[in-house]
Structure formats: C-alpha cells, structure tokens
Design a protein around this ligand. Structure first.
Ligand SMILES: Cc1cc2nc3c(=O)[nH]c(=O)nc-3n(C[C@H](O)[C@H](O)[C@H](O)COP(=O)(O)OP(=O)(O)OC[C@H]3O[C@@H](n4cnc5c(N)ncnc54)[C@H](O)[C@@H]3O)c2cc1C
Length: 370
C-alpha cells in the first residue's frame, strides 16, 4: 500500500518542484541548492532564527525525498544540512550555531562529514587522525577517506582522536574545520560510477578552541545525531525510486510477451521500494526531535539499500541483457549507472553487517550496549 504524504509534506514537495521548475532544466546543482535555500526549503526542521521553518524531521524528509527524486545529488543536502547542521544545532555553542546554521540553511555553505579513514569506516572508534593541543587551539593531522563532492565544501565536521584511553569510545572529539586552510589537501580517488571519492589529508591544520563541537573527548556520543538521517534511508530510497521509474519505462517499451513475463518481478520490486519508503518515513516520524532511533534507522537503511540493490541487479540481469527496444539512451544509461553504483549501498553509512549487529544488540541486550 502506498504511503500518502501528509498535507504539509505534500505542500513542501510541491514547493521544491516550483523552485526547481522555475530554474529550468539547465540549472546547476549549486544554483539549485541556493534557490531552495533562498526559498527556505533546505532545512525546514531548523528553528526560524537559523533559516528554518521550525517543522519536524518528518517534514524535512518530504523535502529530502523530493530533492532526490528531482535528480539532485542528495549527498550535498544530506551531509550538509543533516550530517553537519544537525549536530551543530544540537550540540553547538551559540556562536557556532549563529556562524554556520543560517549559511547552511540558505544553501550558501556546503559541508563535508569527514569520519571515515582507511581503517575506520563501519567502526568509527578506530580513527587515527589526531588533534594535539596547541596553545588555546588544536593542531590536526591525519587522513580521511570516501568523501563526495568535497571540493564544494567550505567546512567539514571531522572526527579526531584527542587522547588515548582504555575505552575506544572515549578520546574522540569533533571539530569544525575550514576546508580552505592551507594544511588541507583534497585528492580525487577512483569510484566505479558517478562523482569520484576524495581523500582529505590534514597536515598540521590549526583550529581555534571554538572549533570544538560538544565536549572534549566525548565526540562519540554525538555520532548518532550525525549519521542518523543518512541511515534513515532517504538517500538510498530515492535512488531506488528513480531506478524503479527507469526500469518501469524500459519494461513498458518491451513487446507484450516479454513485458508480461517480467511483470511479476517488477511488481515485487515495487513492493520492496514502497515498504522501504514506509520504513524511512517511520524512522523520521518516530525521531525524538532530531534524534533518530538507531534500531529503526538500521532497519530503514537495510530495507532501502536492499530494495535499490535488488532493482539494480534485476535491471542488469533482465532488462539490460535484452536487445534494446529503442536506441540506447538516457534510461538505459541510468540503469547501467545503477548497476555500477549498487554495490556501494551495502557499505556506505556503515556496512549492512553493522546494521544487523545494531538490530541484534537491541533484541539481545537492549539499547545500553555502549
Ligand atoms: C557512496 C559513499 C559515500 C560515503 N560518504 C562518506 C562521507 O561523506 N563521510 C565519511 O566519513 N564516510 C563516507 N563514506 C564511508 C562509509 O561510511 C564507509 O565506507 C562505511 O562505513 C564502511 O566502512 P569501510 O569502508 O571502512 O568498510 P568496513 O566497515 O571495514 O567493511 C569492510 C568489510 O567488512 C564487513 N563488515 C563491516 N562491519 C562488519 C561487522 N560488524 N560484522 C561483519 N562484517 C562486517 C563489510 O560488509 C565489508 O565487507 C562513504 C561511503 C560510500 C560508499
């Protein structure tokens, strides 16, 4: 059963369409984000004084879904507004909130989330990038990986080790880093499809004491807010929805006999995507303010990632292996890109096994695992 948007969600989605339609098809990504920011749509769940509309995460989800469905790279929105903006909103000092949130909500500042390292992805306690005290401030050195659209970023929220400790959850701190600092080096790294990854190297990057987000050494506790919405599934869901649309168009163009033979598979995939959508909205609407339930988001990420992957696999094995019904074109290109991108969906935002661990932990030993 298809989940209808609530009236406020539907009207937000319509506003996104209006803004993007007014820009026309030739508009660039940054231009589109700025126009959405000017219209007050990028961060509707922020307080009004920071450029939001004081709405809920569930309302924001309808915007995120619409942005993804319109083909904008949701990563910029997801990482900037959610991954960096929400921890600033929740844990930032008044000065940090005033400095960054209105600029994030207006689309003028884009941000990166620099958590992963070569040996620290699903397990973010293994970070080796370190900050050492330097007078009143800190000096950061180390290397971060798997960041997308990093060249656009003005700032980054970066996890670093600030002290060694017997507990691996202790001694991690989060800092806001200026990406224009001369000690920051950004290099492209290969990716199977789409925009390349970036590696970001910090060489003695000095940050002031005011760049620390939350309590010193206690950054681990901030991470669920930081990655919660990413795990809520909308990023994966909108891919699944776009790929479903493309697969549907390709199917419709097949001769009747072939179309009928594949129709049952397609209906099953439509169910998978719709179920994932229901879970993603459930995860957002059951959030406590901006805090999402870790177990519910783990389910949502698994459901939306698996739906997108099943679709891409099916499209690759069944649709793309058929001789083209029409000339090769954008729909088949999109499905080919889906096949290339799909394997990543098991791993970004924390590997599927980690999500299963989180769910198992909830059932076996309850939430107070850490
Ligand atoms: C498209 C994309 C965008 C990304 N964007 C960002 C970003 O903006 N910022 C950022 O900091 N990071 C980003 N990442 C990194 C991402 O968060 C990590 O890749 C992810 O957390 C997995 O970590 P890893 O690569 O170290 O692999 P690992 O976690 O080390 O996984 C390696 C292997 O071990 C398996 N595994 C992992 N955990 C378990 C477990 N508990 N039990 C059993 N097996 C396990 C995995 O399935 C995999 O096969 C991005 C990744 C992708 C693919």
């Amino acid at each position: 059963m298809r989940r209808d948007l609530e009236p406020v969600q539907a009207s937000l989605a319509a506003e996104v369409d209006e803004v993007l339609d007014a820009l026309g098809p030739g508009a660039g990504v940054r231009e589109s984000f700025e126009a959405l920011g000017v219209a007050g749509l990028l961060a509707v769940h922020y307080p009004i004084e920071y450029g939001g509309r004081a709405l809920s995460l569930a309302h924001h989800s309808a915007v995120a879904e619409r942005i993804g469905l319109r083909g904008l790279p949701d990563v910029a929105h997801l990482i900037t507004v959610q991954g960096v903006g929400c921890p600033l909103l929740t844990f930032g000092s008044a000065a940090q909130r005033e400095q960054w949130l209105p600029r994030i909500a207006s689309g003028r500042v884009l941000a990166s989330l620099l958590l992963s390292e070569a040996g620290a992805g699903s397990d973010l306690t293994r970070v080796t990038t370190a900050a050492v005290q330097d007078g009143e401030g800190w000096c950061i050195s180390g290397r971060k990986t798997w960041s997308l659209l990093t060249e656009w970023s003005d700032i980054a929220l970066c996890s670093v080790r600030t002290r060694d400790s017997d507990s691996r959850y202790d001694g991690i701190s989060l800092f806001i880093v200026d990406m224009a600092d001369p000690g920051v080096r950004i290099e492209k790294a290969p990716r199977a499809s789409g925009e390349p990854y970036h590696t970001v190297t910090f060489e003695d990057v000095r940050v002031e004491a005011g760049a620390l987000l939350g309590a010193l050494h206690k950054g681990w506790a901030l991470l669920p807010t930081t990655i919660g919405f990413e795990r809520g599934g909308f990023d994966y869901l909108t891919r699944a929805q776009v790929w479903l649309g493309a697969a549907g168009a390709e199917l419709a163009a097949l001769p009747a006999a072939e179309r009928e033979a594949l129709a049952g598979d397609f209906t099953r995939l439509e169910f998978l995507v719709e179920n994932a959508r229901a879970l993603a909205y459930h995860a957002a609407s059951t959030a406590d303010g901006l805090e999402m339930d870790e177990t519910v988001t783990a389910y949502a990420k698994l459901a939306s990632g698996l739906a997108a992957q099943s679709l891409a696999r099916w499209a690759g094995e069944e649709l793309l292996s058929l001789p083209g019904t029409a000339e090769d074109g954008p729909v088949r290109d999109l499905l080919r890109a889906a096949v290339a991108e799909a394997p990543e969906l098991t791993i970004s935002g924390g590997a599927q096994e980690l999500q299963l661990d989180l769910i198992a932990g909830e059932f076996m030993i309850g939430r107070a695992v850490r």
